[in-house]
Design a protein around this ligand. Structure first.
Ligand SMILES: [Zn+2]
Length: 293
């Protein structure tokens, strides 16, 4: 190839890179799981930024100027709702910007978590996660009519992948004797999942990772873990290891590998995207439920 031709080609490549097919939509998602779902649905036309990134606890997150700056550029903001990320909408109001706000859990009847109120962790049930992506697709479609068919098609395709993962959950859990279908986790993030697949979920903490168990709650949990013969206590965040270690010590159980509840892992971890997260959690839970020593 001649030098002149290589030059012309690189110039064409530069021009193509500089002129996007249509104006890019900047979407800001409140936490890593929603950012992943929005990337899947939005495709090429949407650039997704995240406020609470991988490996960061969204409960009680304290936004600062960096989050306010990200929100100020957003044309669309995606939040979970159900009391999980109320600070995002407060920050949007304070910024004076007027992005479209998509509440991913819209229309989902919240599970009530005892005295804790509505349970925000609806994404843990793959069928409800499929409703999240449908809601995100409709929100993006309203903002981007030219791309609407693409957003809807990607959401439907992803819903099929979620359905096949749900089938994996059903098959794996059906193979476990019913008295062993229980897990012990550090905060109560798996209620929707338990409801969907018939798992009993015992949690060290409440619906927020911020609350500490009372002495009575801890004593109740120790009795339950012993009575259920649970051998493995699962932890979701390194910050919660101390309580889980205490529970393990007092019951003779051991700490299992990490579950991902409210955050993805970094790209080189076991849960770099939402589907990988669901698959990782299933294998960790199955091993914990089957453990006998
Ligand atoms: Zn949580």
């Amino acid at each position: 190839m001649s030098k002149a031709r290589i030059c012309a080609l690189s110039l064409a490549a530069l021009l193509l890179a500089a002129i996007p097919a249509r104006a890019e939509i900047v979407a800001v998602a409140s936490f890593s799981i929603l950012a992943d779902l929005t990337r899947v649905v939005g495709g090429e036309a949407v650039r997704v930024e995240v406020l609470v990134g991988p490996e960061t606890d969204a409960h009680g997150f304290q936004p600062g100027p960096a989050e306010a700056r990200k929100l100020a550029q957003a044309r669309v903001v995606i939040v979970n709702g159900l009391g999980f990320d109320p600070w995002v909408e407060r920050l949007v109001k304070a910024s004076g910007a007027k992005p479209r706000v998509i509440v991913a859990s819209a229309g989902i009847a919240p599970r009530q978590g005892g005295h804790h109120g509505a349970d925000p962790h609806a994404w843990q049930d793959p069928a409800l996660a499929a409703r999240y992506v449908a809601t995100i697709a409709e929100g993006l479609a309203a903002l981007d009519p030219a791309g609407a068919a693409g957003h809807r098609a990607r959401a439907e395709d992803y819903a099929k992948r979620l359905e096949s993962l749900a089938a994996e959950y059903r098959a794996a859990i059906a193979a476990i004797p019913s008295e062993r279908r229980r897990i012990v986790t550090s905060h109560d993030a798996f209620g929707y999942l338990g409801q969907a697949f018939g798992l009993r979920v015992l949690a060290l903490k409440g619906l927020s990772s911020e609350s500490e168990p009372s002495a009575q709650a801890m004593a109740r949990l120790i009795r339950a873990v012993r009575a259920e013969g649970v051998r493995v206590v699962l932890v979701e965040s390194p910050a919660e290891t101390r309580l889980a270690e205490r529970l393990a010590r007092e019951t003779g159980a051991r700490l299992g590998p990490r579950l991902y509840a409210d955050t993805l892992s970094r790209p080189d971890g076991p849960a770099p995207d939402f589907l990988a997260m669901l698959r990782h959690n299933l294998s960790v839970m199955v091993a914990a439920m089957n453990a006998v020593d």
